[in-house]
Design a protein around this ligand. Sequence first.
Ligand SMILES: Cc1cc2nc3c(=O)[nH]c(=O)nc-3n(C[C@H](O)[C@H](O)[C@H](O)COP(=O)(O)O)c2cc1C
Length: 316
Amino acid sequence: MNRVCEILNIRYPVIQGPMAWITSSELVAAVSNAGGLGVLGTSADSTEIVRGIPESVEEMRKAIRNTKKLTDKPFGINVFPEAGDPYGFSKAMVALAKEEGVNILVVAGNISPDEIRQWKQDGFIVIMREANPTIRGAQLAEAAGADIIVATGCDEGGCMPSLSTGTTAITALLSDAVHIPVLAAGGIVNEKLARAARIVGAEGVFVGTRFILSKECRAADATKKDIMDTHPDDFLVFTQSNGYSKWRTTPHKYGKEGVEANRNGDMNPPSGSFYYGMLKGDPDAGVNTVSNLSGLIKSIDSCAQIVKELGVPFAE
Ligand SMILES: Cc1cc2nc3c(=O)[nH]c(=O)nc-3n(C[C@H](O)[C@H](O)[C@H](O)COP(=O)(O)O)c2cc1C
């Protein structure tokens, strides 16, 4: 049996990457019901911007409970290691996961061995996605007890790794360096790319962009249309937050201004609001960020179709 399926108790090793606002209980449950693993991102199901950790925790509690009404299959939640969590947001989310009986953490950020050990002691399954993936980081995470490593290449949507290693390269490198299973993340948008990931060592895939263009994703129709209309040559990359965070964006207001700001030496240009840009569908009010391979997605399909298409190469 595929090791990822065994660890997570799922049918296809297709993990939906958390995507903040545009994840929802409906999307997560649809992926999990299809045999993959859905993952709730921050602000999943929320319809208004809430401020403060207690309020965010309660919003997430509602999202977890909504998801449980829609599926009896496993699903996960997104957390960030403490170094990237100065206000204790993630600690509160982990405590919530424990209270609500969600036992899969999808951790994004730097490797924090002590936290991984603690989460394992507390009974969680830990999927570790180092933001800037390295062999050393993957080995540290494995030694601390992580169950699955995500190898993210700079082909991904969202916040890109600052190392310019592509998905094929980082998947091949990390799967050669650790004994636990590795998922390929970044531009896995169709069966062919899932097959390629498998060939270079992935035991499953970790997917964001393809699920944005699903029937169950709550991103605005205008956002979906904008992504479908983006020509593969139209992506812009700019540097943000001390050079560690890059965004790909369709060439709307903030994208154009961000690139211009970078040219002028400003490495921390604003990116607008993800809430307005992607959830509400006003591309000039925020960045619209997806994989540069989005042009290979030809239709908006159900999560069931997507999970099957991307999962079949690993079932053979
Ligand atoms: C719009 C968007 C928002 C994202 N938000 C988050 C997030 O909140 N937390 C996180 O850990 N990763 C986030 N990611 C990264 C995804 O979980 C996943 O790693 C990535 O989408 C995989 O690459 P792909 O989009 O090419 O499939 C986001 C990605 C996208 C496209």
